[in-house]
Design a protein around this ligand. Sequence first.
Ligand SMILES: [Ca+2]
Length: 305
Amino acid sequence: MKIIIDTDPGVDDALALFYAKTCGAFEIVGLTSVFGNVSIETATENTLWMSEQLGFDAPVAGGARQPLGGIQHEPLPIIHGEYGFGTHGRRRPKTVAVEQDAADFLIEQTAKTPGEITIVALGPLVNVAEALNRDTAFAENVREIVIMGGAYNTPGNVNQYAEANIYNDSISAEVVFSKAKKIRAVGLDITDQILFSRDNLSSMVKYAGSWAPFIKNCCEYYLAFYASKGITAGAGLHDPVTLISLVRPELFNFKTGNVKVVQEGKARGLTRFTLGNGNMKYAASAQHDAVLREFLETLQRLADI
Ligand SMILES: [Ca+2]
């Protein structure tokens, strides 16, 4: 399956990239960066660094630094760390991003092989929205847009209404939900239920080979944030679970319909779902234990990377 991953790394983004590498299901056509968990500069450096370290051998295009509509976004280092990977410092990749920006990269790559490339968006949706706004053919050329984002029949995580990726660019989210032809959304309904515990981390570190110190540092930081919120069972595997919904769709139940994104007031960023014929489906339930097992067992191959 050909995919482009749009990402704002980020601890759970890094875990998703580990899964993308080890699951063997993907041909990574490219990666695009976006502001979100970290600044765009850090997101691009982290994406380049992860791509080099994992041997993706794929181009990286730098994306948007701010949301559409002029709302200024500031990262929250308390969740993922100042440079996105726990207490690790700035990454120093050897490679550089391509000259094209992320939206043009998405447009060009999908036009080369219409109907073949799936875009997996793991951060705010501005790069995808820009691609939809710039080129009307893009919506037809992309196979599917897979989104980590939204809270459809469950509370948000920024506040009771909104999930962070949607909240951090609600205008772009509305562009995507209104213009895209085929969307698969994995939101907090599922990802807040599939928790990565300290015990899971201990066993993963045993299998992680030279990645062990990196993973331990990142995940301990991320787990500490969840614990500070009173969630001691573990941390949400938001971005990895989104990828797993593509590889193991039989572990998920989806509901099809349409989404409007609330743009004003205290509920800004709320994903309002209407069941019926529509351009999107969201993961309404999943086999939580089996999804977690898929993640943990797949990452046992990390020592070979
Ligand atoms: Ca992310």
